[in-house]
Design a protein around this ligand. Structure first.
Ligand SMILES: [Zn+2]
Length: 242
């Protein structure tokens, strides 16, 4: 039986000097061809080239559970870990991106906005189940992608409760991680997620909050215009040792 609403105790993050900030990449649309490559769009060949470059340079993908164990219990990670994440539930994340990742031995976390499940162009229930069964992590990206700073109380709670239980029923696994729509967060959103049983949450590239480091984990949005080398230089620049 799934445990849906046990509050997660506030966990302190290890602060020893050997801990590094682990790179987390954020992708949106991966398409066979794109007319204008940019922050939200990348074509399949460029995506594969970025992933191949990471693989050839010794990067290994890890999942949010691995990062959480590293940050809270100093569990070891591979020498060059990276988290690959996808937002906004586009269908091509399953049909194009996932097969490319598997070719290089990578897994990813897919942050799903549940309002789109089954809608044309978006991940279906069976695709989400399959991604989960294949060893990827499924996380919440809310119900319908609001700015969390624009809602409060039950409306805010419902966004992350509805998506959590929907995805847990679909996958048969606990949904413990979230990504804030637009990367925007506030204290109320952090408190709400914690009360709902989430263990950590990802923003975009704003500064990590010193009081809530687990709920303000940083990501960078990758660009479809970047070569593999450019991607790696952005990783080195954006994620420095703590
Ligand atoms: Zn989004």
């Amino acid at each position: 039986m799934l445990c849906l609403t046990i509050p997660c105790a506030q966990v302190s993050v290890g602060q020893n000097s050997t801990q590094k900030e682990i790179p987390v990449l954020c992708y949106h649309n991966v398409c066979s061809k794109v007319s204008v490559a940019g922050d939200l769009w990348i074509d399949a060949a460029s995506f594969e080239s970025q992933i191949r470059s990471l693989k050839d340079s010794g990067y290994m993908s890890i999942l949010p559970d691995d990062l959480y164990s590293y940050l809270t219990m100093s569990e070891p990670l591979p020498p060059k870990p990276v988290i690959i994440s996808f937002d906004d539930s586009h269908a091509e994340q399953a049909t194009i991106a996932a097969p490319i990742l598997y070719r290089y031995g990578f897994k990813a976390v897919f942050f799903i906005m549940t309002v789109t499940i089954g809608k044309a162009g978006y991940l279906s229930a069976s695709q989400i189940q399959e991604l989960s069964d294949e060893g990827n992590c499924i996380g919440s990206h809310s119900y319908d992608h609001p700015l969390v700073t624009g809602i409060e109380g039950t409306a805010l709670k419902w966004q992350f409760y509805q998506s959590k239980i929907t995805l847990e029923k679909l996958t048969g696994k606990q949904v413990l991680y979230a990504a804030y729509p637009y990367g925007v967060w506030n204290r109320q959103a952090v408190d709400t997620l914690r009360r709902l049983g989430y263990k950590a949450a990802f923003q975009l590239n704003g500064p990590k909050d010193m009081l809530e480091p687990l709920f303000t984990l940083r990501r960078i949005i990758t660009s479809g215009k970047w070569s593999g080398n450019t991607l790696q230089s952005h990783i080195r620049k954006s994620f420095k040792s703590l």
